[in-house]
Write a protein that binds this ligand. Structure first.
Ligand code: AMP
Length: 417
């Protein structure tokens, strides 16, 4: 039986990786000019890391993680997100002791056993940033504006930023208690999963897409803004004021809560209405207690994570690029293969351009056809007769001219062009 890839995973062939490499190149440059350095952490971690950060009562930890027991009995998990790993290494290396502020970005795969659909995979790719060390609103505004400006850079239209505040620990807890109490009055309207959610992680109910639940929430759920402290309100106002002065458009959505346990104060999402049901391009927020909770000092932090596949969907990229080359060496006589291989290598080393050499021993005609398909700018033809005088033919594919040239002068021919 043919072995296939696992449901919810994707193979990326060169025509797709081509686009991704291009996106990554832009992201790397974008992060560099914003002062964020790349961080790479392992794709698997101790299961406990995610239980203690993402939260025991979240869908991710409850039912979506790929977890297994290692031969030595340790429970390991493929990372379902990257913030936990960044915080783990930040604590492990005690980075705050030498750097008062750290700004990281990452790009890489994450794994969640969700039901696959458009824009939702089991192995997906995320990029994101984490800024650890500052509790000030300008840090929140920087992170939100970076998320927005990335999508602008990639030309995504119809962007919407939703932003909210969860307040600090106490306000979130009080709100959760009252939210639960107000919604439990309508428990007959909830199915089993929703009821369990209400019991264990009531904030998640606010995300419900069901109309009857949304109606109840709109009418009866308390508003988180009535629970936050004066300092939380001031922080939130300052964040939104900076965003306004930066011309970053946003809407304040009092029902935006985000699923993970570690968030406090600012939470936000960037949404595109071009994406269908899975419309969140990225999401993030503040997590001022996580570093301490996982064993570090009390270090405030904020970040976001974005889905690469959803960015690509929003960019509406097509995958039809052929592999291209600058120079195609056509080798007609097999006994000349040594010369061709050496020539290809010399040109690559000296000029740093792409050189393609046929290894199928195809006819002149079919190699020329392939050179055309690859959009070769030049073709170099080695044939048995001319090579006796050290001559090769160089064809300029753009203006369809050709000339004979000494094989030893090829490099200087191209550099003097
Ligand atoms: P989250 O960590 O759930 O806030 O996710 C952050 C971003 O990662 C989302 O806004 C999506 O763009 C992306 N994402 C999350 N889960 C998936 C998934 N299963 N498949 C594809 N992208 C995802």
């Amino acid at each position: 039986m043919m072995i296939k890839n696992i449901k919810g995973t994707k193979d990326l062939l060169p025509e797709a990786t081509h686009n991704i490499q291009d996106i990554e190149k832009h992201l790397n440059q974008f992060m560099y000019i914003h002062g964020y350095g790349e961080i790479r952490t392992p794709i698997f971690e101790a299961t406990e890391l995610f239980q203690r950060s993402v939260g025991e009562n979240t869908d991710i930890v409850n039912k979506e993680m790929y977890t297994w027991e290692d031969q030595n009995g340790q429970s390991l998990t493929l990372r379902p997100e990257m913030t936990a790993s960044v915080v783990r290494t930040y604590i492990q290396n005690q980075i705050w002791k030498t750097e008062p502020i750290s700004k990281f970005y990452y790009i890489g795969p994450s794994f969640r056993r969700e039901r696959p659909q458009k824009g939702r995979l089991r192995q997906f790719h995320q990029f994101g940033i984490e800024a650890l060390g500052s509790m000030n609103p300008e840090q929140d505004a920087e992170v939100v504006s970076i998320a927005y400006n990335i999508y602008k850079m990639f030309g995504i239209q119809n962007l919407q930023i939703k932003i909210n505040t969860l307040g600090s620990d106490n306000s979130r807890q009080n709100y959760e208690k009252d939210l639960k109490a107000s919604l439990l009055k309508f428990k007959s309207e909830f199915n089993n999963t929703e009821f369990e959610r209400l019991e264990k992680n009531p904030l998640r109910i606010l995300d419900s897409k069901k109309e009857n639940i949304q109606n109840i929430i709109n009418q009866y759920a308390p508003n988180i803004m009535d629970y936050i402290s004066i300092e939380d309100q001031k922080h939130f106002d300052e964040v939104t004021n900076i965003l306004k002065s930066m011309d970053i458009p946003f809407t304040h959505d009092c029902k935006l809560v985000r699923g993970l346990d570690y968030y406090n104060r600012t939470v936000f999402e960037v949404i595109s209405n071009e994406l269908g049901a899975q419309d969140a391009l990225c999401g993030g927020g503040r997590y001022d207690n996580l570093v301490k909770q996982l064993g570090g000092d009390s270090i405030p932090a904020i970040g976001f994570a974005a889905g690469m596949e959803r960015l690509i969907l929003a960019m509406k990229l097509t995958k039809n690029q052929n592999m291209e080359t600058d120079i195609y060496i056509v080798n007609i006589k097999q006994e000349l293969i040594n010369n061709s291989m050496k020539l290809a290598d010399d040109i690559r080393k000296e000029l740093g351009v792409a050189v393609y050499l046929d290894s199928l021993r195809r006819s002149l005609k079919s190699q020329m056809r392939h050179a055309n398909k690859m959009n070769a700018k030049f073709v170099i033809i080695l044939d048995a007769e001319t090579i006796k005088n050290n001559e090769v033919i160089i064809k300029d594919m753009n203006n369809n001219t050709q000339q004979s040239i000494n094989i030893n002068n090829i490099i200087s021919h191209f550099t003097s062009d």
